[in-house]
Design a protein around this ligand. Structure first.
Ligand SMILES: [Zn+2]
Length: 416
């Protein structure tokens, strides 16, 4: 008669059967090994060190400790097999809305950021001075995604505008309060990285230049950049750009329609080129109404290439056409940017724009162990912009796993 398995045998059996059933690339073993985690065999793309080649990455605690052509897997407690995959620094998305439950467009951060390869996200204006404490307390401090903030110059942030109430946060200019914004920023310097303003007519009415002046005043007082949402404004873009300085950011730069970067003859406005020349950054901020393939194709043909690619992910685009940052990056592969150019615009460049602490947006040893693993799918994919225009592409980045501060997060595609 067969005796029941001992506890030890049982554990052994359970361990091996779960290892078999797990389709995850993660293997666990060797408690006494030198590294905590090894990401093996992937094509590592890191523009901070001009790298696009097969490398292994060793992690101890929350730091990257080694990057080499070959690191023995017996040296690590856990191994992620990334062979055939793309490995990048944890992505940085500088335009998202994650004030879930307060700003009507807010979405939960973790399922949409860290589960999709984005380890660091910037909430772009969901909160103003009055609502920032809640964003800190109920979102930033509990999310696994590292969240920074652009403070809306309106005290109410983006709490007023929804599909059922199309009135934005600056229709009453008295809500723009630079003094209060400055005080809030001074008290929250660890999370606030700049000031945000939206200038569309249903948000700021016909006093956009006045409102921009107040946002300018706050940004200058604290020495931080200003992110300006363009498009559909009362005043022409050239008057808005005239108030923007080196280090400031134009988001929605490839939007279609009125108030964009192209003139009536589809040429990039000279004022846009002048702004770029003096150090104003162009950002994408895809969003529900702010990315046009047509504008993108025309601008790229005139050699205007935004330095950062962000999603403007929110409630009204997360189920399409944006989905996630990786899909937005895939659209730029379709537009003809190289994989290296695309990754640079969601890692190294955004880290530089906001002067993030050393170690973010890079895989250099000593840096924060934030790593994203993607499958680069080959096939026929249809991509849609904010206006419903479609393009066929042949490559698509699919987030597979994310590591932040040395900790592994799964994704919808491969649970860890
Ligand atoms: Zn936005």
């Amino acid at each position: 008669m067969k005796s029941p398995p001992s506890r030890r045998q049982f554990l052994k059996q359970t361990a091996s059967s779960s290892a078999l059933s797990l389709s995850s690339p993660v293997q666990s073993a060797r408690p006494a090994a030198r590294y905590d985690l090894l990401i093996r065999g992937g094509r590592v793309i890191d523009s901070s060190q001009g790298l696009s080649a097969e490398r292994d990455i060793a992690i101890s605690g929350h730091r990257i400790v080694q990057l080499a052509e070959r690191i023995d897997e017996t040296e690590a407690r856990q191994v992620v097999n990334a062979s055939g995959m793309i490995v990048t620094p944890g992505l940085i998305d500088i335009h998202v809305h994650v004030y879930d439950g307060v700003a009507p467009l807010g979405i939960p951060a973790d399922p949409n950021c860290i589960a999709k390869g984005v380890t660091t996200a910037v909430d772009a204006g969901s909160a103003g001075a009055h609502t920032l404490p809640g964003l800190r307390k109920y979102v930033i401090s509990v999310a696994d995604t590292r969240i920074y903030v652009l403070l809306n110059i309106s005290v109410v942030g983006q709490s007023t505008l929804s599909t059922d109430n199309p009135w934005g946060e600056l229709l009453d200019l008295r809500y723009a309060n630079p003094k209060l914004a400055v005080r809030t920023i001074e008290q929250n310097r660890d999370v606030i990285v700049g000031v945000k303003i939206r200038l569309t007519r249903n948000i700021t009415g016909d006093h956009d230049i006045k409102a921009l002046g107040l946002a300018r005043e706050a940004a200058d007082a604290v020495g931080l950049p200003l992110m300006v949402h363009i498009g559909g404004s009362f005043s022409p873009l050239r008057d808005i750009l005239a108030m923007m300085k080196k280090g400031d950011i134009v988001t929605h730069s490839f939007r279609g329609g009125e108030g964009g970067i192209l003139d009536a003859r589809n040429r990039v406005l000279p004022e846009v080129r002048a702004a770029i020349a003096r150090g104003v950054h162009l950002d994408i901020g895809h969003g529900a109404g702010s990315f046009s393939f047509d504008t993108a194709e025309k601008a790229l043909r005139q050699e205007v290439v935004p330095g950062t690619i962000s999603s403007d992910l929110h409630q009204f685009n997360v189920n399409g056409p944006v989905f996630d940052l990786a899909t937005t990056l895939s659209k730029f592969l379709q537009l003809g940017l190289s994989l290296e150019q695309v990754i640079e615009r969601a890692t190294t460049n955004p880290a530089t724009v906001f002067g993030f602490p050393n170690g973010l947006g890079t895989l250099r040893p000593g840096g924060e162990a934030d790593v994203a693993v993607f499958s680069l799918l080959e096939g026929n994919f249809e991509f849609t912009d904010s206006l419903g225009a479609k393009r066929k592409g042949h490559q698509k980045l699919l987030p597979v796993a994310t590591v932040k501060g040395g900790k592994i997060y799964g994704s919808a595609s491969i649970p860890v």
